[in-house]
Design a protein around this ligand. Structure first.
Ligand code: UD1
Length: 372
């Protein structure tokens, strides 16, 4: 029996890892262990999303919580190392680009445990983004790199990563989307918000570059208020953003402009609103992909994206650094879903096949390089 240990910490990790864990659930030769670092701990960001995804209960909850980047990454590194020493996995799986991803990969690499990375090779080339640092460094540490787009594969090749380590399996986030699209549609979350399908703009913003600078946040709030004069705006607000809005009085300005400000939503409720939206304004990475897969217009409030396939083959448009263009967004009917190879709902199964083959090739016995 071989052990695969998954480290998850934040909301997008759950959505990306779930299809792989599900695909390996019936394998009698593999024990799956789940470690939740606790980077996201609010029920709306963690428990509700895990519940909606039918995610197995984590075997360990490390309770790392919030902090500066160094605090969060450092605490996770120490706590994950302890979990790895206790659980002695044959392989560690990380996903995405959050602080938990890099910390877990570093802990495993120092223990000489092979690592697989779901969503490898994305590059914004913007080193002011904490996620870019996490992506590049994580990929350097991994034996198995799962990519979801040709650009991601090419980035890894250009960085000198051997072709045998790169596995182009497709997009596991789209697996989750396809699996839950039906129930999300039936949930009709727009009803409780009081908007009609196809008529509203759905907004999510949480990047430090947009919300941590008071002047920029104020400009965004003004542009959203202007937008709300023409179309209904629904804004489920991330805790990071909520704290900044509250501190600056932006929350009152948004409410005063008639914007529907909500707390963070569970996976199904958010997907339900996304499916019904006439357009989406975001700075999230995953939402650029989901809207492309659904054919819903996406406007990304960033100067760059690590997901260029959503620009060339999907529905995504970069708004750049100027928030004033937000006011011109208008709902439009959903178009055909983007046809991106291997964004077909089966990426998790392909990744699971690679992982099962990899662990069956590993020799038996502990592979840790430090005394326990
Ligand atoms: C993190 C990821 C980001 C991802 C996002 C998805 C990093 C560097 N960033 O950003 O890539 O897109 O998750 O949501 O890993 N907070 C709470 N409750 C929680 C978690 C956070 O209130 O459960 C608040 C705290 O004030 C915290 C702040 O949000 O300091 C930021 O949380 P953090 O996990 O550091 O980063 P995110 O902005 O969530």
């Amino acid at each position: 029996m071989k052990t695969i240990l998954y480290v998850v910490g934040a909301r997008p990790n759950f959505v990306k890892a779930a299809p792989v864990i599900q695909a390996l659930a019936g394998d009698q030769d593999i024990r799956q262990v789940i470690v939740h670092t606790g980077q996201h701990y609010d029920p709306a960001l963690s428990d509700e999303v895990l519940h909606d995804l039918g995610f197995p209960l984590p075997d360990r909850f490390l309770g790392v919580g919030s902090g500066t980047h160094a605090e969060q990454t450092g605490k996770t590194l120490i706590a994950v190392e302890r979990a790895l020493i206790d659980d002695r996995p044959d392989l560690v799986v990380v996903s995405g680009d959050v602080n938990a991803t890099l910390a877990a990969a570093l802990a495993a690499a120092k223990l000489c445990i092979p690592i697989a990375h779901i969503e490898s090779g994305l590059r914004s080339r913007d080193w002011s983004m904490p996620e870019e640092i996490n992506r590049v460094l994580t990929d350097r540490l991994c034996e198995i790199l799962f990519t979801h787009s040709p650009e991601a594969r090419d980035n890894l090749t250009l960085e000198g990563i051997e072709a045998t380590r790169i596995h182009h399996v497709g997009n596991t986030m789209i697996d989750s989307l396809r699996r839950f699209e039906g129930p999300a549609r039936m949930a009709e979350a727009w009803r409780s918000v009081g908007v009609e399908p196809g008529t509203f703009v759905l907004v999510t913003l949480h990047r430090p570059s947009n919300v941590d600078d008071d002047e920029r946040l104020a400009a965004i709030v003004s542009a959203l208020a202007e937008l709300a004069r023409s179309v209904p705006v629904v804004f489920p607000i991330h805790p990071r953003t909520a704290a900044r809005l509250e501190a600056s009085g932006g929350d009152e300005r948004l409410a005063g402009a008639g914007i529907q400000c909500l707390g963070p939503l569970g996976y199904l409720d958010f997907l339900s609103l996304e499916l019904a939206a006439g357009a989406v304004l975001t700075d999230s990475g995953g939402i650029q992909e989901e809207t492309s897969a659904l054919g819903i217009a996406c406007y990304t409030l960033r100067a760059n994206t690590e997901r260029p396939v959503t620009l060339t083959s999907g529905t995504n448009r970069l708004l750049g650094d100027d928030p004033t263009s937000i006011a011109a967004i208008r709902p439009s009917p959903a178009g055909p879903p983007a046809r991106i190879p291997l964004w077909d709902g089966h990426a998790g199964e392909r990744a699971a096949t690679v992982l099962a083959a990899a662990v069956s090739e590993l020799g038996t016995g502990a592979r840790l390089s430090v005394p326990t």
